[in-house]
Design a protein around this ligand. Structure first.
Ligand SMILES: [Zn+2]
Length: 253
């Protein structure tokens, strides 16, 4: 990076380019001490590939860099740990420089995680605004989940579920689970499993998902319309009866 800045600059502007590079590294959260050490501790090769003169070399700061941690290895030798902000294509090269020294260890640290700079692309609110979906709700107190489908938006359907739970309606498997076991549902963690505009397609997809779940609080009657053949084929592909090869071998015996 440094030699590139030097090579691309006219000899009169080398110092200015290196100073600019230093500012860029500071903007990228590199500690100034490390920048000074790595940027100014190595000789600058100028445009003509000649060694630079003393006047061309910037001042080298001799401030010692403080390690993040110092420990003793099994031979009683002190090992210093330094953490460098991770910058793609740069940090590992710096770490490689120190790999040959057994008493210096370099670790990467994430300074600006993307997730901290940007908000989640899909907020729970956006999920709640979906219509014509097959959804899953997870119990917070056990590993059972509920699968349902709705033509309304998910938020409206969940409001109905909450109302059923509050009123102790026992015709729905979800409300029955909540009321009989005094368990709580993770309403905000609602997950969309499938989408379909037609009621028939959604009902079929709902049954397929209930059938594929091991831990579901849905009632057996929720899947009774699923053709026995479909159920068997789905189970076959989910590995319930072993691998397809095993099933085929058993079938031919
Ligand atoms: Zn539960």
């Amino acid at each position: 990076m440094k030699s590139r800045a030097v090579k691309l600059s006219h000899s009169d502007y080398v110092e200015e380019s290196v100073a600019l590079l230093k500012n860029i590294l500071i903007d990228n959260s590199y500690p100034e001490k490390i920048i000074n050490r790595f940027l100014f501790h190595t000789a600058i090769v100028n445009n003509n590939n000649q060694r630079p003169t003393a006047q061309q070399l910037p001042n080298i700061t001799n401030t010692p860099l403080e390690p993040n941690r110092v420990t003793e290895d099994q031979n009683g030798q002190l090992v210093s740990y330094f953490s460098l902000p991770y910058i793609d294509n740069l940090t590992y090269k710096l770490a490689n420089v120190f790999r040959q020294h057994n008493n210096i260890k370099i670790a990467n640290k994430q300074v600006k995680a993307l997730s901290k700079l940007y908000s989640r692309t899909k907020t729970p609110l956006q999920i709640m605004e979906n219509w014509n979906v097959v959804y899953r709700l997870q119990c917070r107190d056990c590993d059972l989940s509920y699968i349902g489908q709705t033509s309304r938006n998910l938020k409206g359907r969940i409001t109905s579920h909450k109302s059923d739970c509050r009123r102790g309606v026992l015709s729905c498997a979800l409300s029955e689970h909540v009321n009989n076991l005094d368990h709580r549902i993770d309403w905000d963690g609602a997950e969309i499993l499938d989408r379909a505009d037609s009621f028939c397609k959604r009902t079929f997809l709902e049954m397929v998902h209930i059938n594929s779940q091991v831990n579901t609080m849905n009632k057996r009657s929720d899947t009774q319309s699923l053709s026995v053949i479909y159920g068997y084929i789905l189970d076959l592909y989910s590995g319930k009866y072993g691998s397809l090869r095993q099933v085929a071998t058993q079938g031919s015996q």
